[in-house]
Design a protein around this ligand. Structure first.
Ligand code: 8YV
Length: 320
């Protein structure tokens, strides 16, 4: 079905981790080479670089110009994720390499984790769990009181599909919504703020759902955190690169913000160890879209994009 005109299956490089059942499906359709990591250079890869026509890759894999330049016949990079900031898109465009992603199928799960982090942080869910397990409830009495989301304002940086779903969930918990975007939307009822600083000043919980990449690098810096203030919380389900992590550690140490819920980090899986010390910080291993259901849908969509390309059809999710 995915055969090219000479009858051969197209050769695809798949960068792990992608669920095993998706890898199995891809193996049926493509002549598959699996790389454990984008930095690996095993012989199976190096001996076949000329044959590789497509890449399937996790959103966070760094498929930069040097990596793509190794494969002179590369035609498509299909990203297993909505954020494709790991791909050098301008190199891909210059060299006629198509780029696709997997939007929509992960929107609900990512928004769910954004809400879960908001609740976990404000309501001390993880801190409470640690408190019980350590026997402190018995020895020290009740945990310090937590905070209700009700009546608080959720400020969303990047009001796209995921931001909108997070807004819906937050409204169900009695929160009001405000946002900052590259440009104001005329189709939402929420107040717009013209900068991240202005939004941080106006909200109680600042949630990041914007794309990563150069345009948002360190957007949440010391000034924004100061504007968020000692009663404000930061929630990041976007990309670690959006936050100046040193400034965040500094703000948490100085208690100039109230806490943070973080699913993403600048140099994953390396998490700044300074964050481990804060009881008011909830840490997750970049798992917002990581449910069996969503990762299956993402994997199938990644394959659909590759198949569409090799069969000469329009890509369902072409981003470049
Ligand atoms: C995944 C993501 O963690 O979609 C994204 O942008 O960050 C996640 O869904 C990643 O792409 C999995 O490979």
């Amino acid at each position: 079905m995915s055969e090219s005109s000479d009858g051969a299956k197209p050769c695809v490089l798949l960068i792990d981790p992608i669920p095993s059942w998706i890898v199995d499906r891809a193996r049926d359709l493509f002549d598959l080479i699996v790389l454990p990591h984008e930095d690996e250079r095993p012989a199976e890869f190096l001996d076949n670089v000329d044959r590789i026509l497509g890449i399937a890759m996790p959103g966070f894999a760094r498929v930069n110009a040097a990596m793509m330049a190794l494969m002179p016949n590369l035609q498509i990079a299909a990203c297993f994720g909505v954020g494709y900031d790991g791909i050098d898109v301008s190199y891909a465009k210059q060299h006629g390499i198509a780029v696709s992603n997997t939007p929509e199928v992960l929107t609900d799960c990512v928004a769910d984790l954004g809400m879960a982090l908001t609740l976990a942080t404000l309501r001390k869910v993880v801190e409470g769990d640690r408190y019980v397990r350590a026997g402190r409830w018995r020895s020290e009495g009740i945990l310090d009181l937590s905070h209700s989301p009700r009546g608080r304002c959720l400020g969303i940086v990047g009001l796209g599909r995921i931001g909108m779903e997070l807004a819906k969930r937050a409204e169900a918990f009695g929160m009001t919504i405000a946002y900052y975007n590259r440009s104001e939307r005329d189709d939402v009822p929420y107040p717009y703020h013209a900068s991240a600083v202005a939004l941080a000043e106006a909200c109680d919980v600042l949630a990041l759902t914007c794309p990563g990449g150069a345009a948002t690098l360190n957007l949440i810096n010391a000034e924004v955190l100061e504007a968020l203030g000692p009663k404000g919380y930061l929630i990041n389900i976007a990309r670690g690169s959006v936050v100046d992590e040193a400034a965040l550690v500094q703000a948490l140490s100085a208690q100039s913000i109230a806490g943070a819920g973080l699913d993403v980090f600048a140099d994953e899986p390396m998490v700044p160890e300074a964050l481990f010390a804060f009881e008011n910080v909830v840490l997750q291993p970049h798992q917002a879209s990581a449910t069996v259901e969503t990762r299956t849908a993402m994997g199938n969509l990644t394959i659909d994009n590759l198949l569409a390309h090799f069969q000469g059809r329009l890509l369902p999710n072409k981003v470049a």
